[in-house]
Design a protein around this ligand. Structure first.
Ligand code: KG4
Ligand code: ZN
Length: 337
C-alpha cells in the first residue's frame, strides 16, 4: 500500500491506496474553506498552521495500515511553499521511521491521474486542467511525456471565479457559489468581453474579464447595493464568458490535435455548465469526454496516491534528505517533466 499526502493549498488530505488493485482503501480530506472565507481567499500562514493540526489527526487514523506500507508519497510542487512544507515534513519523517521509499508528486500530474483512480490509465489524452492555480491544455502521451499546449497568460479559471465572487460579496471558494447563483440568472443581461476573442494566440486570459466584472459591480453601486437578481445575472454572464473563452481556444486545439480522448480535470472541472458545453463540443469533433468523479475534482490525496503507484512501479524514489519544494522552471518552459 502507498500512503499519500496532499497539502499544496487549503486542503489537508491523506489516502491509502493498494498498489496491486489501485483501490483507494482510505481517503479523508479536511478543507479550510470556512477559515479562509472571511478573507475571500487563502491566507498561506493560516493555511500552514491549520495543516500542522489536521494532518497529524488524519495520520492517526491510518495507523492500522502502517505495517503494510511500501512507500510514502507527497505533493512537492507547485503550491504554497509554507503549506507544501507541512506535508513534506510529515512524509519525510514517516519514510524514515518506517524505512520505506519516498515519492515526490507534481500536483498537476496528480490532477491528471485523478482520471485513473481505481482504473487503468488511458493514453494518449488531451487534458484541460482548470484549477485555482492553473489553466492549461496538456497533451499527455504517457507517464513520462506531458506537454503544455496552452496556458493562461495571467489568472486561472478558478481564481477568476473566486475573485469575482469576492467582488460580489459572496464567500470562498467562489466557483460553486457562482455556478449555483448563475442557475437563477440571465446570462445575457451583462455584456462581458470574451477574452482574446480576436487574438490568434492559443492561450487563456482571465484578468480582463475579471476587471470587466469589477466595473459592472461598481456601476451597480458596489456589492452592498446589488440585488440577489443582479448577483445571479452577473454570475451567469461571467460564467458564460468563461465558457465561450475556453471553448473558442479549445476548438483551435481540437482542429490540430488528432487525439480522440479529451478530459477536464481540476477543481473547476466540477462545474456542470462547463462540462455540458464540452460534452457538446466533443461530440461535434468526434472526441470522447472524460472527467474524474466529483469528489476527486478538487484537491485530494487519492490522485496523489494514484500517480504514486506508477512512480512506485518505475522505482522513482527520492532521498528524504533531498526532497524540497521544487522550482517550476521546467514547467514554464512548456514541459511538465
Ligand atoms: O484543483 P483545486 O481544488 O485547487 C487547485 O489546485 O488550485 O481547485 C480549486 C478551484 C477554486 O478556485 C474553486 O473556486 C474552483 O476550483 N471551483 C470551481 C467550482 N468548484 C470549484 N470553479 C467553477 N465552478 C465550480 N463548480
Ligand atoms: Zn489542485
Amino acid at each position: 500500500m502507498i500512503l499519500s499526502i496532499e497539502s499544496s493549498c487549503d486542503d489537508s488530505a491523506i489516502a491509502i491506496t493498494e498498489i496491486a488493485t489501485k483501490k483507494v482503501l482510505y481517503h479523508k480530506k479536511i478543507s479550510q474553506e470556512e477559515e479562509h472565507s472571511c478573507y475571500g481567499g487563502v491566507v498561506p500562514e493560516l493555511a500552514s498552521r491549520l495543516h500542522a493540526v489536521t494532518l497529524p489527526k488524519l495520520l492517526e487514523e491510518t495507523k492500522p495500515y502502517f505495517d503494510k506500507l511500501k512507500a510514502v508519497a507527497v505533493t512537492n510542487q507547485p503550491g504554497l511553499g509554507v503549506t507544501l512544507l507541512e506535508g513534506i515534513a510529515m512524509a519525510k519523517t514517516l519514510a524514515t521511521l518506517q524505512d520505506i521509499p519516498l515519492i515526490s508528486v507534481h500536483h498537476l500530474k496528480g490532477h491528471i491521474y485523478s482520471l485513473f483512480i481505481e482504473k487503468e490509465t488511458l493514453f494518449p489524452l488531451l487534458v484541460l486542467l482548470i484549477s485555482g492555480g492553473h489553466t492549461q491544455v496538456i497533451r499527455v502521451e504517457s507517464f513520462e511525456h506531458m506537454e503544455i499546449l496552452a496556458t493562461s497568460i495571467d489568472d486561472s479559471v478558478g481564481e477568476s471565479f473566486d475573485k469575482c465572487a469576492k467582488m460580489m460579496g459572496l464567500g470562498y471558494p467562489g466557483g460553486p457559489l457562482i455556478e449555483a447563483l448563475a442557475r437563477k440568472g440571465d446570462e445575457n443581461r451583462f455584456d462581458l468581453p470574451v477574452p482574446l476573442r480576436n487574438s490568434p494566440l492559443i492561450a487563456f486570459s482571465l484578468s480582463g474579464l475579471k476587471n470587466a466584472v469589477r466595473l459592472k459591480v461598481e456601476a451597480l453601486g458596489g456589492s452592498d447595493k446589488m440585488s440577489e437578481q443582479d448577483r445571479a445575472d452577473l454570475s451567469a454572464s461571467f460564467q458564460k464568458a468563461v465558457k465561450l473563452h475556453l471553448l473558442q481556444k479549445s476548438k483551435k486545439i481540437f482542429a490540430k490535435e488528432e487525439i480522440k480522448d479529451f478530459a477536464i480535470v481540476g477543481g473547476a472541472s466540477a462545474n456542470k455548465y462547463i462540462r455540458n458545453a464540452y460534452e457538446k463540443l466533443c461530440s461535434e469533433f468526434g472526441k470522447t469526454l472524460h472527467v474524474a468523479p466529483l469528489e476527486y475534482c478538487s484537491d485530494n490525496a487519492a490522485m496523489i496516491g494514484r500517480y504514486a503507484i506508477e512512480a512506485y512501479e518505475k522505482q522513482q524514489f527520492i532521498d528524504p534528505n533531498e526532497i524540497d519544494i521544487a522550482s517550476t522552471k521546467k514547467q514554464q518552459s512548456g514541459m511538465l517533466l
